[in-house]
Design a protein around this ligand. Structure first.
Ligand code: HEM
Ligand code: MTE
Ligand code: MO
Length: 467
């Protein structure tokens, strides 16, 4: 066929808007995607970010594009090629190339951004999850923060902004340590997807982990900025912004109610230590929020800015995600303004050992797992069944007893019981009861929701008993 015309990167760079037409490069090829801009499933503003340049650094950020059908769409818009000299120039960097190394035992749900959970049977080996195995949930590349130039921006009443360095934070405020379990709203989402497909990362049972966090109390820092103990008549929110930003410069953000942030008993931390070590990069180095008893999404990592507002954080993750809906709601009918942002999480438990499909020896069986509830409600009991819920036994709870109303950390539990002699298969079930006598729902169907959050039905694990 007729050879394609050859362009330079500079020529491509002259096509950055719908008026000048929108050109992009991919590999050594040039595309005029003007007519696709309005059709882009990811939105017009996102696709225009790549206008006039290479797609690679953007697609590296949104791995949804590494699919055959995406390349087919692109091919339809081909208008030329880059000259061979231009092609040999290294393309712009992968925004994730600065991410830290990770432990090989982690089960990776998504590499870019990095999302991973430990294998279930490793999760309950330790009451405090080793930092390397602690589940990791990033929405964006891990920012490289220079501790020397780092300043926490703290907006005081009236808008005055204080900038606090790490040494200042550590010097000015007493150090406080709290053992806290963090759980992602999407923990156990894969069980919801088995009922009906949901949108989100396919987490197993291990998007939950526990650490001893060390840092300063958020309430001390807010008081230093001039905020009063008592809330004003109108409800207020403490908003957090991360230093991790998407390509348009929008940072990860979230907020919590003012009364939680300022609460004497709420134990909200700005943490710089995790299990006695410096906060690891994946977990928010050098400073992160830890909101005990609350969904992980509010514990903002790489904390850049704190402010107080009459409005919740404007962040996508506060307003248009991390909310629960009726099973009747689908993506055509969902209205995110109608549901409150998830804060305290419901009671949860899961079996970590044995794992699904395992062959267990006859005789005695030890079942292990974790149990936790939000809002500082301790776990008072875990019931375990080996026969799908017909008969129950009470598991032994391990781990620290915690103060009523401030039970921020999980209990690990185990049960050793005889394997029923005639069983070829066991349907192991667990369910926890929290201090308010809240219980887990027995099945997934009635709590199914389009985003697959708050998945806390009885956990069921089927194993075989070989003869
Ligand atoms: C989603 C095509 C450029 C961000 C998608 C999807 C397609 C697509 C087909 C849907 C994929 C699926 O769900 O199977 C393209 C093409 C592009 C382009 C052909 C260039 C010519 C970009 C750029 C960005 C971007 C430059 C970011 C700066 C996104 C995002 C989604 C998406 C965030 C996910 C939307 C969602 O799931 O809600 N794109 N894209 N795209 N795209 Fe692009
Ligand atoms: N903070 C920032 N800045 N960026 C993020 O992507 N992810 C949130 C929260 N804080 C996130 C963040 C979510 S959804 C969860 S579940 C927790 O961090 C996970 O914390 P971890 O990675 O330390 O386990
Ligand atoms: Mo999360």
């Amino acid at each position: 066929g007729v050879p394609y015309p050859v362009f330079t990167r500079q020529e491509v760079g002259q096509h950055r808007s719908l008026a000048e037409r929108v050109w992009v490069t991919y590999g050594g090829e040039v595309f005029d995607i003007t007519d696709f801009v309005e059709l882009h499933p990811g939105g017009k503003s996102k696709i225009l970010l790549a206008a006039g340049g290479a797609l690679e650094p953007f697609w590296a950020m949104y791995a949804v594009h590494s699919q055959e059908h995406v390349l087919e769409i692109l091919q339809a818009y081909k208008v030329g090629e880059l000259s061979p000299e231009e092609q040999s120039q290294p393309s712009q960097g992968d925004p994730y190339s600065g991410d830290p190394p990770r432990h090989p035992a982690l089960k990776v749900n998504s590499l870019k951004p990095f999302n991973a959970e430990p294998p279930a049977e490793l999760l309950t080996e330790n009451y405090l999850t080793p930092n390397q195995l602690f589940f990791k949930r990033n929405h964006l590349p891990v920012p490289a923060v220079d501790p020397a130039s780092y300043r926490l921006q703290l907006e005081g009443p009236g808008g005055r902004v204080l900038a606090l360095s790490l040494p200042e934070l550590k010097r000015r405020f007493p150090k406080h340590e709290v053992t806290v379990t963090l759980q992602c709203a999407g923990n156990r989402r894969s069980e919801m997807s088995r009922v009906r497909q949901v949108k989100g990362l396919e987490w197993g049972v291990a998007a939950i982990s526990t650490a001893r966090w060390g840092g300063v109390r958020l309430r001390d820092v807010l008081a230093h900025a001039g905020y009063a103990e008592e809330e004003e008549a109108e409800e207020q929110h403490v908003c957090f912004e991360g230093l991790d930003k998407d390509l348009s410069g929008v940072a990860y953000g979230a907020s919590i109610p003012y009364r939680t942030a300022m609460g004497r008993e709420a134990d909200v931390l700005l943490a710089y230590e995790m299990n006695g070590e410096e906060l690891p990069r994946d977990h928010g180095y050098p400073l992160r929020v830890v909101v005990p008893g609350v969904v992980g999404a509010r514990s903002v990592k790489w904390l850049g800015r704190v402010s107080v507002s009459r409005e919740e954080s404007p962040s996508h993750w506060q307003r248009n995600d991390y909310k629960g809906f009726s099973p009747a709601v689908d993506w055509d009918t969902v209205d995110f303004t109608t549901a409150p942002a998830i804060q305290e999480l419901p009671v949860q438990s899961a079996i970590t050992e044995p794992t699904p499909g395992a062959a267990v020896p006859p005789g005695e069986l030890t079942v292990k797992g974790y149990a936790w509830s939000g809002g500082g409600r301790g776990v008072v009991r875990v019931d375990v069944s080996l026969d799908g819920g017909r008969t129950w036994r009470v598991a032994e709870l391990m781990g620290e007893e915690q103060r009523p109303g401030r039970a921020w950390a999980w209990r690990l539990w185990q049960l050793t019981a005889p394997v029923p002699p005639d069983a070829a298969e066991l349907n192991i079930v667990c369910k926890a009861v929290d201090a308010s006598y809240n219980v887990q729902p027995d099945t997934v169907e009635p709590i199914w929701n389009l985003r697959g959050v708050l998945s806390n039905a009885w956990h069921r694990v089927r194993v075989t008993v070989p003869e």
